[in-house]
Design a protein around this ligand. Structure first.
Ligand SMILES: Cc1ncc(COP(=O)(O)O)c(C=O)c1O
Length: 404
């Protein structure tokens, strides 16, 4: 079957954050202020969900569950979802987990917040690499613990890497208790190599750190690349928690379900009994995620090929039209991390600039990411190619008219 990623799917009036929420989220319009862009005129390249229709196999599974007509309190009793996830992990990453490790939460952000609270005592510190996903900081703020930041460094080709000297120093701080690892990394799109993960793991183990490996982007790799779970690097390390979900991969983030694989039995019991969502699950989410893992492989293969095409388009466009932009095609995610400091002052409020001057809704700068993000925009390329082209042309025109 051929899946059509060129289709423009109308998301308006579905309460989608992406289409119906950006005016409050990015655009701060003053009372009485009018903008040159009509309500439907914006190109949206911001929040990390996709403008592509969910695979029909998943929609069918949700429909089949709807036909059962009762949606009472739900858990994981038949093992269907767990077995589907395990088979997926075996096939995609040649990696396995033990049945009992699986805990489910309504989203990974939820789990990060609870894990930091559980694992880091008052006065303790959490370590991560920056720029970082803003929720890593928020998870620490909720618990009142400090986030130590180890800035990624860029090589001459614009590729980000770990500054291992700095990372090891911060890991050795006696107050550091937990490493929040983003694997693959949002927003830079790095897929850590085996050597990098091994070194990260070695340092964490040396200092007896808990590792929470957020692997939400693990299936959105460029064609030909393979995800390496931290659990495969450290097969016996008890203080490892792995977070995965079909949510990003299959565009079902609004269904709120994620797999939190906790090896340590004590923490697992603690996590489950304290679960603020009471451990109950949405029955439609369970059906959707199970179908994604069981039947979504071909849809994902075609999605990745389409995303590869969008990245090639962006790369060629920037080289041709905006050569001072610094960009390398990311190894993972559908998010492009573009350094525009060659054109715009680093302190520019980039989301506001592009929303007003280009009618393009995007994320970027320090309001959206933790550290080292000034002058960078993050473009969501999981949109039909015609929209990518329109958005890029408008961004170019706004940048060049700023320069003129
Ligand atoms: C690294 C990372 N973790 C977690 C999330 C969101 O997780 P969830 O929607 O499951 O709460 C995102 C979304 O962009 C992300 O990039």
């Amino acid at each position: 079957m051929h899946y059509n990623f060129d289709e423009i799917v109308d998301r308006k009036n579905t309460n989608a954050f992406n289409t119906d929420g950006f005016r409050g989220g990015i655009l701060r319009i003053e009372p009485g202020e009018t903008l040159p862009w009509g309500e439907d005129d914006y190109v949206r390249m911001w929040v990390a969900d996709m403008d592509f229709a969910v695979a029909p196999e998943i929609c069918d599974a949700i429909r089949a569950r709807v036909d059962r007509r009762i949606f009472g309190y739900t858990g994981m009793f038949d093992g269907g979802y767990r077995n589907a996830l395990r088979a997926w992990c075996q096939e995609m990453y040649d990696w396995d987990f033990k049945d009992e490790e699986l805990c489910c939460t309504p989203g990974i952000v939820y789990a990060l917040t609870q894990l930091v609270e559980d694992l880091v005592p008052r006065g303790g510190k959490v370590l991560t690499m920056t720029p970082a996903y803003s929720q890593f900081l928020h998870a620490c703020e909720y618990s009142g613990v400090e986030l130590l930041r180890s800035a990624l460094v860029r090589d001459e080709n614009g590729r980000f890497g770990v500054d291992f000297g700095d990372f090891a120093t911060k890991a050795a701080d006696p107050d550091t208790k937990l490493l929040l690892l983003c694997n693959p990394h949002n927003p830079t799109g790095r897929v850590w190599t085996e050597a990098e993960l091994t070194e990260i793991g070695r340092i964490a183990v040396e200092h007896d750190l808990w590792i929470v490996s957020d692997e939400i982007h693990c299936d959105l790799l460029r064609t030909g690349l393979r995800h390496l779970p931290m659990g495969k690097i450290l097969p016996d390390y008890g203080k490892l928690v792995t977070c995965m979900s079909a949510s990003k991969t299959f565009n079902v983030a609004g269904l709120l379900l994620s797999a939190i694989l906790i090896r340590d039995e004590g923490e697992r019991q603690h996590f489950k009994t304290r679960a603020k969502a009471c451990g109950m699950l949405n029955p439609l989410s369970v059906a959707a995620h199970q179908a994604a893992y069981e039947q979504g492989g071909e849809w994902l293969r075609q999605l990745k090929a389409y995303l590869d095409g969008n990245f090639a388009l962006l790369d060629a466009f920037l080289k041709q039209e905006l050569p001072k932009a610094v960009f390398t095609v990311p190894e993972a995610t559908y998010l492009a991390w573009v350094d525009l400091r060659g054109y715009l002052p680093a302190e520019t409020n980039l989301p506001d600039f592009f929303a007003r001057k280009a009618g393009v809704i995007l994320e970027g700068g320090s309001a959206f990411f933790v550290d080292d993000a000034e002058g960078f925009v993050r473009l969501n390329l999981a949109i039909p190619r015609s929209e990518v082209k329109k958005g890029l042309r408008r961004m170019r025109d706004a940048i060049l008219s700023f320069e003129a």
